[in-house]
Write a protein that binds this ligand. Sequence first.
Ligand SMILES: [Fe+2]
Length: 233
Amino acid sequence: MSRAVAEQLIGRIRLRMIPVLADNFIYLLDDGEQAVLIDAGEAAPVLEIVRAESLALLQVLITHDHADHTGGCRTLQDELGVLARSPGVSARDEEWLGSRCKVVSTPGHTKVHKSFYFPELGLVFTGDALINGACGRLLGGTAEELHGSLRWLAALPDETRVFGGHDYLLENLRFAEATEFSVAAVERRRVQYGVDPMGALFATVAEERETNPFLNCASAAEFAALRAWKDCF
Ligand SMILES: [Fe+2]
């Protein structure tokens, strides 16, 4: 997959998907003047954009405290004075760049994990809870917690686009295929990745429900068994 910065316009808001480290994404939203960042595995590509475009970076919204999501925070604070917000803050409704943002607790990958849902923009940033076609490992939280978080995310409006913290799509689809879950839809998403990688990666909630076996577990026990299988897949 190309590791270039990709972007899309949603009304007056520009969303940039910035690849960092080996396979992480961080996300920059801006309205031409102000910007907000979701996660900050690295600082350099963000500094380059905000300086070139004279954007005022207001805050860094952190999904969880793993270094590949936070490694750039200190430099962004030193260079721009912008603060990164702990994922430990309360779940609540906020407004960024004139758009509503629902800060949602989505624990399980880690004990403390937030997702950021922008209903008017039709976007949800899910860190390592929901990651293109699968979910994060249990690294601090429980199967019950992650199952509950995924159920909440899977119930968002069908057309909501999902932005997870990594590009794990091909390996996730390989696992989905092994589970024999929704074979035709999984194959369609794999083919799409070859011609439209961003469209395949950042699928809608409806497409995730069709291709992600972790969103279709009837119980936490079923989810735990599936997660354990993938851990050694
Ligand atoms: Fe993580």
